[in-house]
Ligand binder design. Sequence first.
Ligand code: HEM
Length: 301
Amino acid sequence: MNKIDSFPYPFKENSYRYSNNSIILNPPNSIEITSKYENEILLKRTLLKTSPSHCYQALPTSFEAQWEIVELVLNHLITFYPHYFELHKRNGNWILHNKILKEEEHFIFGDSSSVNGEPMNFIGKHVQEDLLYMAQRDADLYLDAGHLCFPSNWSLAFKLGMRFKEIHEPIPRFNEKSLDDRILRFIKNIDQGNPWTRKNWSLMAGDRLDTSLETFEVWGKERKNVTHENVGQIVHLRVEVQKLFRLPVSNGLLFTIHTHLLSLEQLSLNKVWLKQFYTILSELPEYILAIKGYLHIKTLY
Ligand code: HEM
């Protein structure tokens, strides 16, 4: 399969506005393994070593839920990818076989001293997805932990502990017509066994996955290199496939993010997408253009 066939193109309509664009996730699988698995896992593991505080943050209240997340992800790996992953349990000792990487992990479920790193990092370094834990308490959702190697221009250290609406505060007009309240209510009502998915998108110069706010000065300047001639190769449509799962014991939520990149040159090979994306961008109001990273590109034209 080539890049464009497997790309999660995010648009259905010819115009785009913020909305609750979530749909039921079927099959209910948190993990997708793509042809980029080995490269992305290597990159994640490097980032976890070189920039640990950008990639992992957690409140002590999250540790039990982190093990719930380990269990949920392991179940999905062995259910949906049995040819790549096996799990053996003997008297409380668990062994995970990752056949893609030819690795074995021996650990005691629930015992953090038996894994290398915190539980979310332990399982996160076997999957391409970033993993966030939202705790549900006092009728609200709080970002209590995150394994986030590929953020789209935000800082986990800054957002840790924030409520859902505080996290989304910088997004212009996100609270218009109480959209933030409606999305919060929707998430709080997600049931166990009925996960949801949505796609979010932005435009970025370059093909870096690790675009944390902390390293903006390194990757942000790539925007200045975009010209009329090279725009197709440098600028990428960045799509996050996001999924939400209710956790049965903590009653919190696992929020997974799988990030995909496609250059505009590649995207333009699909003429239907090209036409529709052009129509969407031409019509997009400035307050959305700015947050989607498009304003600097638009000035070229
Ligand atoms: C519950 C888990 C969620 C978490 C932890 C989360 C986190 C975030 C973060 C950190 C940002 C970047 C904010 C910034 O730039 O400062 C963001 C942006 C955004 N989020 Fe969420 N989000 C969640 C769920 C949702 C859901 C369910 C929706 C909609 C149905 C949503 C819609 C958006 C939108 C529209 C943006 C603006 C990003 C853009 O347009 O590129 N989020 N989110």
